[in-house]
Design a protein around this ligand. Structure first.
Ligand code: ZN
Length: 493
């Protein structure tokens, strides 16, 4: 950290501490904690805004909406995904032509310094979700937080000028955080939401990780993909040089990782075993780790810049981050989500603790890394290792994980860990799952496990809760069970 950075960060932290008055924000409704739900435009369009708001109040005492205002993804936008049963409300058909974008109205003056086009989601061409929902929510005393995430389509005009460059020098299809087009797009969106609408706060999410973790497949999605890791774009190379990192040796290290993983995929286990060979690559090319840190620093700089921008415009409105579910599975990603570090630029954290799909997702993670870094171990040993190093108690064995899910105790422990990790000004609002789709024979959400997970959230000391991922996939019985646990756990309006 240089002196300028230090001063900027200290100023941002001081601004957050001095100006952001948390209790006033909380007390406005006489409610002790934010009871949130994630909801996208399609639910209001399909079911009617007042009806949806009535349902939220009636079933679960919701006092905060996390409106999906920008995404091209299906996790928080659109209806239920095809292949999973439609819930017992909303239009009874799928939306295979879902597109995504900005579900409010982009105001072009905020996007002058980016190549990425601010596209209005064509899904509801004449509908602005904030303009519609916000006044009705406010009339009821319900807060509205814009919830936006780093999920794009590849064909967004101008996005190609923001892409990462991979280890082979090819453009990747994900944006580089260090590219000014990317940063200015996020800053533009931050400013647009705060200046164009009287919203109550912002939440941004990035479900991505650095090149080392991506190479070894240390997540619950996809698999190991060492060939396309990055970023080696001119902005990242310049940042590396500034830090005194040998760029060429970083590249050679990642190429060595690719040969190691491809060899094992082809059935050629290294003579010295998977782990020793991996460690040898790290020792010979410590720049591999340096590049992982460099990538994370690019993301953290984005968080800092967005936080600073948001607080310049609206010092009393909270800004926080969605912390990806991989934080629950991979000790590698977990190590990079340092809650104490987050506190410098976060008013709240939505730490994802999806207990139900957590089972199949954990199993997926274990199989991924069992093919790379832990190829010397059995899948069961990899499971045991994962549980032990993350201080998990008695979660299901690997062969039962997909049908058992993770326990309410997992939610309780993860909440406690997060609350203990942050400094006092940062609040923990865990993301609790209702009906995230799982595979055909995998565990499904039940009212009882939602009830237990919500109880565990508050027993763990949470300062609030965010029912996730989107109302359009939740069954009403399960939402009702969340409400029952909420009323038993906290004082609500
Ligand atoms: Zn880059």
């Amino acid at each position: 950290m240089d002196r300028r950075e230090f001063i900027e960060r200290s100023a941002a932290a001081a601004a957050g501490a001095a100006l952001f008055r948390w209790p006033e924000w909380l007390d406005a409704q006489g409610a002790s904690v934010p009871i949130g739900i994630q909801v996208g435009a399609v639910s209001f369009v399909d079911e009617g805004t007042d009806k949806v708001l009535d349902t939220f109040t009636e079933l679960a005492n919701i006092n905060t909406l996390f409106l999906a205002t920008f995404t091209y993804g299906r996790g928080i936008g659109g209806r239920q995904v095809a292949g999973s049963p439609l819930p017992d409300h909303g239009k009874q058909e799928y939306d295979p032509n879902y597109h995504g974008g900005n579900f409010a109205t982009p105001h072009v003056q905020y996007y002058k310094n980016t190549s990425i086009a601010p596209e209005k989601a064509p899904d509801h061409p004449d509908y602005d979700v904030i303009a519609d929902v916000l006044p009705r929510a406010h009339k009821r005393g319900v807060k509205v937080i814009c919830w936006f995430e780093d999920v794009f389509r590849k064909d967004v005009p101008g996005i190609d000028k923001a892409f990462e460059v991979d280890v082979h020098g090819q453009p990747a299809t994900r944006v580089c955080y260090r590219n000014p087009n990317t940063l200015n797009f996020w800053l533009g969106l931050t400013e647009d939401y705060l200046r164009s609408y009287p919203v109550d706060g912002l939440m941004f999410g990035s479900e991505r990780q650095g090149p080392l973790n991506t190479a070894i497949g240390a997540s619950h999605g996809g698999g190991p993909s060492p060939a396309t890791v990055g970023c080696f774009c001119p902005h990242c190379v310049a940042a590396a040089k500034k830090d005194g990192i040998n760029v060429e040796r970083a590249r050679q290290g990642y190429l060595a990782l690719e040969r190691w993983i491809d060899g094992m995929k082809g059935g050629r286990k290294p003579t010295d075993g998977a782990f020793v060979t991996f460690w040898r690559i790290l020792v010979e090319h410590p720049e591999v780790l340096a590049w992982e840190r460099l990538w994370n620093e690019g993301l953290r700089d984005t968080y800092r810049a967005m936080y600073r921008k948001a607080h310049e415009i609206a010092p009393q409105k909270p800004m926080g981050w969605h912390i990806w579910h991989t934080n629950s599975f991979a000790p590698f990603y977990r190590a990079e989500q340092d809650y104490r570090g987050f506190s410098e630029y976060s008013d709240f954290l939505k730490v994802v603790m999806y207990h139900n799909c957590g089972g199949p997702r954990m199993a997926h993670y274990i199989r991924n890394v069992n093919a790379t870094l832990f190829a010397d171990l059995t899948p069961e040993q990899t499971t045991e290792f994962t549980y032990r190093v993350q201080q998990y108690g008695n979660e299901a064995p690997l062969d039962k994980l997909s049908t058992a899910g993770l326990s309410a105790d997992y939610v309780r422990r993860e909440t406690r860990r997060a609350v203990a990790g942050v400094s006092e000004k940062t609040k923990i609002w865990p993301g609790i799952e209702i009906d995230i789709p799982t595979g055909e024979k995998e565990k499904k959400t039940t009212p009882e496990d939602v009830y237990q997970a919500v109880k565990a959230t508050f027993e763990g000391g949470a300062h609030g809760i965010i029912l996730s991922r989107k109302y359009s996939e939740m069954r009403l019985d399960n939402l009702r069970a969340a409400g029952r646990a909420i009323r038993e756990s906290v004082k609500t309006a």
